[in-house]
Write a protein that binds this ligand. Sequence first.
Ligand SMILES: *[C@@H]1O[C@H](CO)[C@@H](O)[C@H](O)[C@H]1NC(C)=O
Ligand SMILES: *[C@@H]1O[C@H](CO)[C@@H](O)[C@H](O)[C@H]1NC(C)=O
Ligand SMILES: *[C@@H]1O[C@H](CO)[C@@H](O)[C@H](O)[C@H]1NC(C)=O
Length: 336
Amino acid sequence: MKSVSVVIVALIAQVQAGLRFGCSSLTIQRLDPVVEPGKNPSAHLHHIVGGNAFNATMTGDVGERGTCTTCEMAEDFSNYWTAVLYFKHPTNGSYHRVPVTNNAALASGTKGGMTIYYTQHDFSTDDLKHQYITAFPPGFRMTVGSPTTDTLAQAKGHIGLRYNCLQSLLNRGAEMVDFPTKPCPAGIFTVHHFPACWDGKNLDSPDHQSHMFNTIKYDGFTNAPACPSSHPVRMPQLTYETVWDTTKFNSLWPSGAPNPFVWSFEGSSGYGTHADYMFGWKGDSLQRAMNKSECFYDGCGSIKKQAMATANQCTVKDMVGEQTDGWVTKLPGMIS
Ligand SMILES: *[C@@H]1O[C@H](CO)[C@@H](O)[C@H](O)[C@H]1NC(C)=O
Ligand SMILES: *[C@@H]1O[C@H](CO)[C@@H](O)[C@H](O)[C@H]1NC(C)=O
Ligand SMILES: *[C@@H]1O[C@H](CO)[C@@H](O)[C@H](O)[C@H]1NC(C)=O
């Protein structure tokens, strides 16, 4: 009798990796090493989290140069930044910076800062759709959104750049394309989802965006269609969340008056919301995390974490030296 060998193919359902962690605020300065490298000061003010290699110019392997980070993930010396939210006094026109507060559900001790996600964006019901996730290479940088966006149609097209009017820190309410039109009981929540398909060649591009491609058609953390042949490499889907504590300004917002919050680049609407990324994970640490199915959210054994009390000791120098806090008569760097 012939023996029949039966090959049993074990279809092990893959749980996709996905990191979510907090980074405390590192600094608030008018610097932008992605869009305006070498320029001090840059055009508008930024809220920056992450590693201490942050500088007006950033070249080479940031992960090898950083010696501390405000992020819970101790090997992540990347920098993450957005514009800064200000309150414009409705009657006297003075501005006050809106403080950043830590998101609910982050490691205790996170100060201000952001929630950072690196997800695979296809943890769908169909595991066969899973694509290998390639970590960003040293020197990689990108932006999403643009301060010059000034129409509703354009802003709607910026999938994943949205606002929520927080009812509480856990009840975010609906996602919106523009600033809320009424005071929000627990602050304004901003989210920046980056595109996740890479051209496989360029660490940057002249507009800091065209080396990447977004296949997502809906807002939120939704499943990602396949990357196109022009941008075939699936990268981690990077997302920032920031909670702006607008509550102490609510009593200064007269009923029926238009939204008094403005971005530091002085857009009259919220359409110009944007964010910048400078990759800086040490060695192969991000790839290691993306390869591990148990690496989900902050329960990730193979990745080194640090207490937020340690993270909070990481600082950079004030390289610009201008007033950004208290009541100011104009936004830093702006004419009016
Ligand atoms: C920032 O750049 C300046 C000028 O190139 C340099 O002197 C300084 O050491 C840099 N700081 C860091 C933290 O890299
Ligand atoms: C505007 O109002 C705020 C709060 O009432 C006050 O602290 C600030 O000094 C005022 N600015 C000017 C220019 O009067
Ligand atoms: C990640 O997985 C790929 C494919 O299995 C493998 O070639 C690579 O060496 C792994 N990298 C790390 C850092 O674990």
